[in-house]
Structures are given as structure tokens and as C-alpha cells.
Design a protein around this ligand. Structure first.
Ligand SMILES: [Fe+2]
Length: 278
């Protein structure tokens, strides 16, 4: 049967007009745009009713998979590249500033405070030893004293403390504070590549799309200092096989770092450049 263009257009028009008569402001703009894009997507794909039900089932399962330790919707947003686009739009930085990357699902608030020089991997018996050091500076290169670095990364077994279901582990997590010279330094083990959870609906979606669920090895940092924009970023290991195909699109060239050989293990030097708060 030939499609009835007028009825199809009228449905979209009616849905938008209903919203135009409702609340003012940001929500109204968002809902109108969402409706327009959703209807445009449906018009482009022309899903069968079975396909539409499958999509609803997928979102239902995604919701059911979420609990205090698992956030399947964040994973969905990450693996569709939406999280990195939101990050890019909200963290436009001047040239010379350290670029941002996604927070990810494994940040656990309340990590212990350490003195500079501490070993965040104390008790770990495997993995390559690393000394990480550098300065936190402003756009003019001046040191930022009292900057707090909140750090988290995988253990050598590719697991984050936040994945420990007891909810209390802070293994390979810690907070450091820079001194007057802006310097920070700590010991750890080299991070390893890991897979984002593949046992839920998002994993099934990746598999069906012919994608893997690996992330290249990285250390997460959240930097905060009075008078400066909070900086959430990651430093990626330059010899990782998944650098070019990160499952969540988090890699930026400026965040790829090299670990040098040192007397005891490896050494990573990296300065972070923060921007003044608006
Ligand atoms: Fe991560």
C-alpha cells in the first residue's frame, strides 16, 4: 500500500504542537527537538512493529541491569559515543589546557588521602612498577598549590575497586595534594587494558554490531583546585593495542603517554594544565 505522507506528517506535527502549548523554557525546547529527531529516525528506518518492540525490550533490559554497582545506561551512553560528545561540548578548553575525558562508571567517591610518594598499589604483587610524577600548572605555566588529584585505575587483574561488590575497596585509588611547587608524585602498577561489562544488553548490542568491548589501558584523574575548573581526564598508555578502537571513544592524542624505563620499573612524567574557573 502506498504510504500516506500526509497522515505521517500530521502525527509529527501534532506531537510537536502539543509540546509547544505546554511548559516554556529549556524542557520545552528539549522535548520538541527530541520528538522531531525521534520521528525523523523512525521515518528514516521505518522499523517493523517487531523491531520497535525489540528496541523497547532492549531499553527495558538495560534498565533492569542497573543497580548500585552497575550502571548499564551509562555504559550505553559511553559505547554510543554520546558520553564523549557531552564531555566535548561541556569542556571546551583553550589551547594548552589538558584535555578532558569521560568520568566512566568506576569512580568511587571517598578515596583515602595519601602523602606524595605513596604507593597506591601497596599489596599488589603483579604488574609493572611505575613512578608517576609531574606538576599541576596554570595556562601561564605557574604551579598550582593545593590542587587535589583524585586517582583511580585498574589493578593488574583488570578490575577496579568500584567493581568490588562489598562497596568498600579503594584498591589503586587515592587522593594527593600538590605542594607550593605544584608537584605531585606517586607509585603504582602500570594499568592494563580491560573490557567494559559484556554480560548485559549493551554487551549483546556490541557483539551484534561486530564491535569489541575493550578499553585501552589508562589511569583516571580528577583534579580540583580553588579558582580552577575541575578537570576529569585519563592518561592512556601509548603501546596499547586498543588505542585506536576504544569501546567508549575516550582517547585523545594529547592524553596518550609514554612510560620510560627506569632503574626500578617504569617512569611516567606528566604535567596537568588547569584553566581558571569562569
Ligand atoms: Fe577506566
Amino acid at each position: 500500500m502506498p504510504k500516506s505522507a500526509s497522515i505521517e506528517d500530521e502525527i509529527t506535527q501534532a506531537a510537536i504542537e502539543r509540546l509547544e502549548q505546554g511548559a516554556d523554557g529549556r524542557l520545552r525546547d528539549i522535548m520538541i527537538s527530541l520528538t522531531r529527531h525521534l520521528h525523523g529516525f523512525i521515518r528514516e528506518i521505518e522499523p517493523t512493529e517487531e523491531e520497535w518492540l525489540a528496541a523497547i525490550r532492549f531499553l527495558t533490559e538495560t534498565g533492569k541491569k542497573c543497580d548500585e554497582n552497575r550502571q548499564e545506561f551509562i555504559l550505553l551512553s559511553d559505547t554510543l559515543g554520546a558520553s564523549m560528545l557531552i564531555d566535548a561540548i561541556n569542556n571546551r578548553k583553550p589551547s594548552g589546557a589538558t584535555e578532558s575525558s569521560v568520568l566512566g562508571p568506576f569512580y568511587r567517591e571517598g578515596a583515602p588521602d595519601y602523602e606524595n610518594g605513596a604507593d597506591l598499589a601497596e599489596g599488589e604483587t603483579s604488574g609493572e612498577r611505575v613512578l608517576v610524577s609531574g606538576k599541576v600548572i596554570d595556562l601561564d605555566g605557574a604551579p598550582i598549590a593545593g590542587a587535589v588529584l583524585d586517582i583511580w585505575q585498574t589493578a593488574p587483574d583488570a578490575i577496579y575497586a568500584a567493581q568490588d561488590t562489598s562497596g568498600t575497596s579503594f584498591n589503586l585509588c587515592g587522593r594527593l595534594t600538590t605542594g607550593d611547587d605544584g608537584r605531585y608524585w606517586f607509585r603504582t602498577r602500570k594499568p592494563v587494558s580491560y573490557t567494559v561489562p559484556g554480560d548485559g544488553p549493551v554487551g549483546a548490542m556490541l557483539k551484534a554490531a561486530g564491535r569489541h568491548n575493550w578499553r585501552p589501558a589508562h589511569i583516571h584523574f580528577m583534579l580540583s583546585a580553588d579558582g580552577y575548573e575541575t578537570l576529569v581526564t585519563q592518561l592512556f598508555t601509548d603501546d596499547d593495542p586498543y588505542l585506536g578502537t576504544d569501546a567508549v571513544f575516550g582517547v585523545k592524542d594529547s592524553l596518550v603517554v609514554h612510560y620510560d624505563k627506569a632503574d626500578e620499573g617504569l617512569r611516567l612524567d606528566h604535567d596537568f594544565v588547569m584553566t581558571a574557573a569562569a
